[in-house]
Write a protein that binds this ligand. Structure first.
Ligand SMILES: CC(C)(COP(=O)(O)OP(=O)(O)OC[C@H]1O[C@@H](n2cnc3c(N)ncnc32)[C@H](O)[C@@H]1OP(=O)(O)O)[C@@H](O)C(=O)NCCC(=O)NCCS
Length: 173
């Protein structure tokens, strides 16, 4: 089995998920500094490369942080999903899909599968998202992935919609 296959965590329909590593640093940085991602983020200023490298090294060592690359069937990384766990079994999720690959259903699919994966493999039983109120594409993607809208909250000084996901109970269990 080659290295790329070994890195794969799961294959779901038209996408794969794999764990991020230091080699993904440049790609993660390009996505983070994409103007739409900056605007959607609660810390909207662009990040310098040097600052990003330090941040990524810290995050990859952090057992409470899980970063996954979303990979298409051609083997190209097209986005990322990140979970930051808190002290309970809950985690905050953020996502970005490469600008060229948006509106193709990857965002909702990646969220749905990544949430199920962290629930099964990491025991996370609640995933929370905060979304700026104007971010319609994001609200649609999270809703399609099974998130429930909890209404408006103040998050990091911004009016945001809070959404959450919990694993569906297996009717046979
Ligand atoms: C949010 C994001 C991850 C969604 O990923 P995606 O792959 O584009 O999502 P999907 O294709 O599954 O669904 C998006 C839906 O929103 C729709 N949409 C896109 N822009 C829209 C807008 N301005 N108004 C209303 N609907 C919109 C799309 O048309 C699509 O619906 P459709 O399938 O009926 O056409 C992606 O747009 C992104 O990376 N945005 C920048 C970063 C960001 O906002 N991250 C979320 C912060 S938590």
């Amino acid at each position: 089995m080659d290295k790329k296959r070994k890195e794969l965590l799961q294959t779901y329909g038209k996408l794969d998920l794999r764990q991020a590593n230091e080699d993904d640093g440049r790609l993660l940085w390009i996505w983070r500094d994409d103007p739409d991602v900056c605007a959607a983020s609660f810390a909207s200023t662009p990040i310098q490369w040097e600052e990003h490298v330090i941040w990524l090294q810290r995050k990859l060592k952090d057992i409470d942080c899980l970063i996954y690359l979303v990979v298409n069937k051609q083997g190209c990384p097209i986005g990322q999903v990140r979970f930051d766990k808190d002290i309970s079994k809950s985690a905050e999720v953020t996502i970005s899909i490469d600008a060229k690959e948006r509106h193709k259903g990857y965002g909702s699919s990646a969220l749905e599968h990544a949430c199920r994966y962290v629930s099964q493999e990491h025991g996370i039983d609640r995933v929370v998202a905060h979304i700026k109120e104007w971010n319609k594409a994001s609200i649609i993607a999270f809703t399609r992935a099974g998130f429930t809208d909890l209404g408006f909250v103040n998050f990091k000084g911004h009016k945001a919609i809070e959404m959450f996901w919990v694993p569906r109970k297996d009717p046979d269990s």
